[in-house]
Design a protein around this ligand. Structure first.
Ligand SMILES: Nc1ncnc2c1ncn2[C@@H]1O[C@H](COP(=O)(O)OP(=O)(O)OP(=O)(O)O)[C@@H](O)[C@H]1O
Ligand SMILES: [Mg+2]
Length: 393
């Protein structure tokens, strides 16, 4: 596509595919209880970006997606697709679903059993007025793209669930919508097929570069597919960032607990000297980088540095802790005598639960040829720079 400024497509390419501002949607349960399914959500989707919505069951992921698709009418806020307003609560604008340039893919395949795979995939083009010949030719290309070359004349009942989901993907992408919406598209297929389809989806996304909103409650899927991840909780966005930031710099303890495994350690600030802050916790004294007390660089709003005596919650990922086999060795800051309480060998890593002082610490060791047994006396160490503060004040 020429980017000379005269091409309207080029101008469109730089534009946000989706803008959601301050969107709210409430439901009333039978009996009158109010549920804030979407609560003041503001997010954007850039061209070529996969925005993942991740959060526990009932946090509002599907409702937000359905609002974008036009299947649900929000109560308040504003939404633009490709620069055009599709919903504006104040102006009373609500563009109906069939006039929005989005396609949605669900966990159920929703294919038509009486049509061939080719005609299933061609359907959105036919609705838009393409000739049967043109639509079928493009459908064959898309069946090949999703790894089903030559199966165009088959019927749905003759292919597997994983293959049906590939057909559904081809049908979702074929008319090149501005935004592709996915609501847990892989949750109905078994684990092996799911990870295979996930890799395929990444490959197809690299090839086509579509913009997408992808709902899942599978954190591996979220981190593997997401350009950015929005963590939702009770209808609101708890954190919006790239996968590495979400995992390494969780903004709150809820994000830390929801994504990956986390050791959460309540602590109290004893003193701050220069670059190092010293805190008291169940293990004894723990040192952390003083800068961490005032939030990470990744936090948009840096918090005020907690004063001496202030209570905080620290977070350390299990793979960032170290297990030292010689209980007499080590020493120095953030090194404590410990006992292995439980060992779980998991092949690529060994998961230890350790008693440290009056507390527990989960430590993961990668590729351990000789896992320690429960009862072993060890030391555990936490490098200062891997400790995060996920709650303060
Ligand atoms: N039509 C409705 N009437 C009343 N409450 C609803 C309705 N639809 C959704 N809700 C409620 O709104 C909240 C958000 O629901 P939603 O389906 O968006 O969650 P979700 O994050 O997609 O969950 P899951 O991961 O289980 O699919 C839930 O508390 C749900 O019970
Ligand atoms: Mg849902």
């Amino acid at each position: 596509m020429p980017a000379d400024g005269t091409d309207p497509d080029a101008a469109a390419a730089g534009r946000l595919r989706l803008e959601i501002n301050d969107l709210c949607k409430e439901f009333y349960r039978t009996g009158g209880e109010r549920v804030r399914a979407v609560d003041q959500v503001s997010v954007d989707v850039h061209p070529g970006e996969i925005l993942v919505l991740l959060g526990p069951s009932g946090c509002g992921k599907s409702t937000l997606l359905r609002c974008v698709a036009g299947l649900e009418q929000p109560d308040r806020g504003r939404m633009l697709i490709d620069g055009a307003v599709v919903y504006d609560g104040e102006a009373g604008t609500m563009v109906p679903a069939h006039r929005r340039d989005v396609n949605m893919m669900f966990q159920s395949y929703a294919l038509w059993p009486h049509m061939s795979l080719r005609d299933n995939v061609a359907y959105p083009l036919r609705v838009q007025g393409a000739s049967r010949k043109q639509a079928r030719a493009k459908a064959d290309d898309y069946l090949e793209l999703v790894g089903l070359p030559g199966l165009g004349r088959q019927y749905v009942s003759t292919i597997s669930g994983g293959q049906q989901q590939r057909v559904a993907l081809a049908r979702t992408l074929i008319n090149e919508p501005s935004v592709v919406l996915f609501d847990e598209p892989l949750s109905n297929v078994d684990a092996k097929v799911r990870s295979q389809l996930r890799r395929e989806l990444l490959r197809i996304h690299q090839e086509l570069g579509f913009a997408a909103v992808y709902v899942t409650h599978d954190q591996i899927e979220a981190m593997g597919l997401g350009t950015r991840i929005a963590i939702l909780r009770d209808g609101g966005v708890e954190q919006l960032a790239d996968p590495v930031t979400i995992y390494e710099e969780p903004a709150t303890r809820q994000v830390a607990e929801f994504v990956g495994e986390a050791n959460l350690i309540p602590a109290r600030v004893t003193r701050v000297s220069g670059e190092v802050a010293v805190l008291d916790c169940v293990f004894g004294e723990i040192e952390i980088a003083a800068a961490r007390l005032s939030g990470s660089a990744a936090d948009g709003d840096r918090r005020a540095q907690p004063a001496e005596g202030a209570a905080v919650v620290l977070m350390v990922r299990p793979e960032h802790c170290r297990l030292v086999r010689d209980p007499a060795g080590g020493g120095g800051a953030n090194s404590w005598a410990a006992t292995v309480d439980a060992t779980m060998y998991a092949g690529s890593r060994t998961e230890y639960s350790c008693q440290v002082g009056t507390g527990q610490l989960t430590v993961w060791e990668l590729a351990t040829p000789h896992p320690l047994r429960a009862g072993a006396a060890v030391r555990v160490e936490i490098p200062r720079e891997v400790v995060r503060v996920v709650e303060a004040g």
